[in-house]
Design a binder for this molecule. Structure first.
Ligand code: ADP
Length: 491
């Protein structure tokens, strides 16, 4: 049996506040804090990209990547978690290699397979170099997919690694890390792994599939998405693998960090407020209108902060745009992604000055001002593993109009006129018409001030802090340890 706290290593390709392109970074930055507050020894590993500032050097060692001998320099920093018992520190380790990671962006390079093979290969040695022997290694998304297999292989030679359990979490099944067959050589792995029952995927090597096959337990970021990805519609070609591992697949909804995302203390917003006194929220709306050059108006302000990619439902949104903009509202978008969407939304803004504002780029401060200043938050996603946008929006009293899929279905409850319950307006069919209908339902309620304020309060007071989800992750870790034979658990 283990003593109280677990030693947990969380590995991810992005971790807020050091490097972020999406929700994964939020999760990898906030889950460790919640686990640390609950008494575990948690440490985090990510690559050291150019965007990561100064940090100290703690170790270095060679890593064999195919026939290249590369050096991993381990740097370190820490994130601090607030807790009622005082602050807790989470050590953060960076895998540094000038050749692989001193670049402008995080991903999207021709040698991504080699970059992340190096990262995967470095992680186990890093633990040895810094003297941390985790009970559980929790890896996330394709960029970490080979680590569970590498752990198993190391366990054949070093007995103590045999006891280390691995957990693989899918944050988005669409991005799979699929590369040519010779990628296996980077890991020093032979053809015996290149089979349909192994990491072969339609003639390529799949990092994602490696994670799904070799981790002791797997999870994804909502219960609904855990069910969805076992179907051909959402399975991205891996639904068969997921069904096969269905008994080891869990869904745990993400939380958000309630200290960082708190309208009552957020330094990024114009005026702080809470659910008891919403006057500050209205001031945020006016200040946002001013900042973005919109007409100062009481009309409902519809906000959206999103990666501009197919997943986010932008085709139906663009199709619905003429209808939406014929309604008495303002529309504010912050996002970056596919050029065709960036262009299309830029054009919408140009033809509707004063009513529509579109900012192309990644801007954490403006994002918070949109959550705080908007009345309605739009998320017409085609699929959504968990979605953090709707959670942050609800916390800031911006009411989601969103498609009922994945984590949105698990976190937003549709407003019900007969009972007055609900925290948003959901639509099910993926169509522009159903999106407009959901917006119209929200607009109608918006004119009924008393009901709208009640919905805002219900949204703001719903609890998506990490407490519950971090406890569920601890359960998951114990389950993984049981699979390793480290502990016994009731069936
Ligand atoms: P995904 O991970 O698919 O991008 P999520 O809803 O899970 O979507 O998480 C998105 C996170 O990234 C949220 O914290 C959101 O506020 C943030 N975000 C997305 N786009 C931008 C942007 N252009 N500028 C600032 N923050 C953004």
């Amino acid at each position: 049996m283990l003593d109280t706290g677990l030693r947990i290593l969380i590995v991810a390709s992005e971790v807020a506040p050091f490097a972020k392109t999406g929700g994964l970074a939020d999760v990898a930055g906030s889950l460790p804090k919640a686990l640390a507050v609950q008494g575990n020894d948690v440490r985090v590993v990510l690559p050291r990209y150019r965007s990561v500032g100064e940090c100290s050097t703690v170790a270095d060692f060679p890593v064999q990547v195919g026939d290249r001998k590369e050096t991993c320099i381990v740097r370190s920093s820490r994130i601090e978690a607030k807790s009622p018992q005082g602050p807790r520190e989470v050590p953060v380790y960076f895998v540094d290699n000038y050749h692989y990671f001193d670049r402008e962006r995080l991903y999207g390079y021709v040698d991504d397979a080699e970059r992340f093979a190096f990262f995967n290969l470095a992680v186990v040695s890093l633990c040895e170099a810094v003297g941390f022997r985790p009970d559980v290694v929790h890896v996330n998304d394709w960029q970490t997919g080979f680590i569970p297999l590498l752990l198993r292989i190391r366990g054949r030679h070093v007995a103590s690694w045999k006891e280390t359990a691995s957990v693989f979490t899918v944050h988005n099944l669409q991005y799979q890390g699929r590369f040519p067959k010779d990628t296996l050589r980077l890991f020093g792995l032979g053809d015996e792994y290149f089979t349909p029952g192994g990491v072969e995927f339609y003639g390529d090597v799949s990092f994602m599939k490696a994670g799904l096959l070799f981790a002791d337990v797997i999870s994804t970021v909502s219960e609904t998405y855990a069910r969805e990805i076992q179907t051909p519609e959402f399975g991205e070609g891996l639904d068969g693998v997921l069904r096969k591992r269905g008994g080891d697949l869990y869904g745990i909804v993400n939380g958000i960090n309630y200290h960082e995302y708190d309208p009552a203390s957020d330094p990024r917003v114009f005026k702080t407020y809470d659910s008891k006194d919403l006057s500050g929220k209205f001031e945020n709306k006016l200040a946002l209108q001013r900042e973005l050059g919109l007409t100062l108006s009481h009309e409902p302000l519809v906000g959206m902060v999103s990666r501009l990619v197919d997943q986010k439902g932008l085709d139906i949104l663009l199709e619905a745009m003429p209808d939406i903009l014929s309604r008495p509202l303002q529309f504010v978008l912050l996002g970056t992604g596919d050029e065709r969407y960036e262009e299309a939304f830029r054009r919408v803004a140009q033809s509707h000055p004063g009513k529509v504002s579109v900012t192309i780029g990644f801007n954490g401060i403006l994002a918070q001002r949109i959550y705080a200043g908007s009345d309605i938050f739009l998320m017409p996603s085609r699929f959504e593993p968990c979605g953090l946008g709707q959670l942050i929006a609800m916390r800031y009293g911006s009411i989601p109009v969103a498609r009922k899929t994945g984590g949105i279905a698990d976190t937003v409850s549709d407003f019900d006129d007969s009972t007055g319950t609900g925290t948003g307006f959901l639509f099910e069919r993926y169509s522009s018409g159903d999106l407009v209908a959901a917006i119209d339902r929200a607009l109608e309620k918006y004119t009924d001030r008393e009901t709208w304020m009640q919905i805002v309060r219900q949204a703001m007071e719903s609890d998506f802090s990490w407490n519950k989800s971090a406890a569920l992750y601890t359960e998951l870790y114990l389950e993984a340890l049981a699979r390793r034979g480290r502990i016994e658990r009731p069936a």
